[in-house]
Ligand binder design. Structure first.
Ligand code: ATP
Length: 252
C-alpha cells in the first residue's frame, strides 16, 4: 500500500551546515511514529520541511504519492498535513473556546455571521466543545488563553490542531518545558487521539521513556541523517543507536 507520507533524499543546508541530510523515510496511514535524536539533530527542521515552512535544498516530500514541492504550508494543511500550533498563533486575549472555535471555522472556511448562520454557529461551538473535552480543557473553556498554565497551553495547541481535522498530525515536543505533574495529562491526550485510530501521527520527543509504549515505530535522527528506523524494541536493541544516542543523551 502507498505510504501516506514519504520523503526522498530530503536535505537542507544552512550555509555549509547540512541540518537535514538525505533523509529517506515513509510511513503508512494511521501509524504512530516518534522521532528522537539529541539536540540539534535536525528534528524540528525535518518537520519544517514536511510542513512547508522550509524549502529543501534537495529532495522532496510526498503525500499519498503526490509531490508537495510546490505546495505552501497553508496548502499542505488543507491537503491534510497538520502541524501543531505554537502558542504564538493562539489569540492570547480570546478564551480557550473562542480560539478553538476560530480554528474550526477556518477549517470550514466560513465567515462568522451570527444572525445569518445561527445554526452553523451552534454546530461550530458544539464541535469546539467536543474537541476541548478530548484535550481535557472543558473546565478551562471560558478562561482567557494567556492565563493558562504552560501544560494547558500545549493542550490548547493540540486542540487547535485537531480542529483543523487533518489526517496527519505533526507534534513537536508537546511535553517541552512542562512541569512533571503536567506531563501525564498531555500523554493521555495523545494516547486518546491515537486510540481513536483515525490519525497518522508523527511526534518529536526528547524523552525516550515517554514514547516507547505509544509508538508503532521510532526513527532516530543524528547530525541530520536517519540513523535508524524500526519498532521500539529494534531501536532499543540497536547498537549504533545505543552508542550514538542512548548512551546518556536520551535520559538527560
Ligand atoms: N533557520 C536556521 N538557520 C540556520 N541554522 C539553523 C536554522 N534552523 C536550524 N538550524 C540548525 O540546524 C540544526 C538542527 O536544528 P533543529 O532545531 O532542527 O534540531 P532539533 O533536533 O530539533 O533540536 P532540539 O532537540 O534542540 O529542538 C542545528 O544545528 C540548528 O542550529
Amino acid at each position: 500500500m502507498e505510504p501516506i507520507l514519504k520523503t526522498t533524499n530530503l536535505s537542507i543546508k544552512f550555509g555549509e551546515h547540512k541540518a537535514v541530510d538525505g533523509v529517506n523515510f515513509e510511513m503508512p496511514a494511521k501509524h504512530f511514529k516518534s522521532i528522537i535524536g539529541p539536540n540539534g539533530a535536525g528534528k524540528t527542521t525535518f518537520f519544517n520541511l514536511i510542513s512547508g515552512e522550509l524549502e529543501p535544498t534537495e529532495g522532496d516530500v510526498f503525500l499519498k504519492g503526490a509531490s508537495l514541492k510546490k505546495k505552501s504550508s497553508v496548502e499542505r494543511t488543507r491537503l491534510g498535513v497538520g502541524r501543531s500550533f505554537q502558542i504564538t498563533n493562539v489569540f492570547p486575549n480570546l478564551t480557550v473556546l473562542e480560539n478553538v472555535r476560530l480554528a474550526v471555522q477556518s477549517k470550514r472556511k466560513v465567515r462568522f455571521d451570527m444572525f445569518r448562520h445561527f445554526l452553523q454557529y451552534k454546530n461550530i461551538t458544539a464541535e469546539a466543545e467536543q474537541i476541548l473535552q478530548q484535550v481535557l480543557l472543558t473546565d478551562k473553556m471560558h478562561q482567557v488563553a494567556n492565563q493558562l498554565s504552560h501544560g494547558e497551553k500545549r493542550k490548547l495547541e493540540i486542540g487547535m490542531l485537531l480542529a483543523l481535522d487533518t489526517e496527519i498530525l505533526l507534534l513537536d515536543e508537546p511535553t517541552a518545558g512542562m512541569s512533571l505533574e503536567e506531563v501525564p495529562a498531555i500523554l493521555e491526550v495523545i494516547r486518546s487521539i491515537k486510540e481513536r485510530g483515525d490519525k497518522t501521527i508523527l511526534l518529536i520527543e526528547h524523552k525516550m521513556d515517554m514514547i516507547i509504549d505509544l509508538s508503532d515505530s521510532i526513527m532516530v535522527l543524528f547530525n541530520g541523517t536517519l540513523l535508524a528506523d524500526g519498532t521500539p524494541k529494534e531501536i532499543m536493541d540497536n547498537e549504533t543507536v545505543q552508542q550514538a544516542y542512548l548512551g546518556g543523551l536520551a535520559y538527560e
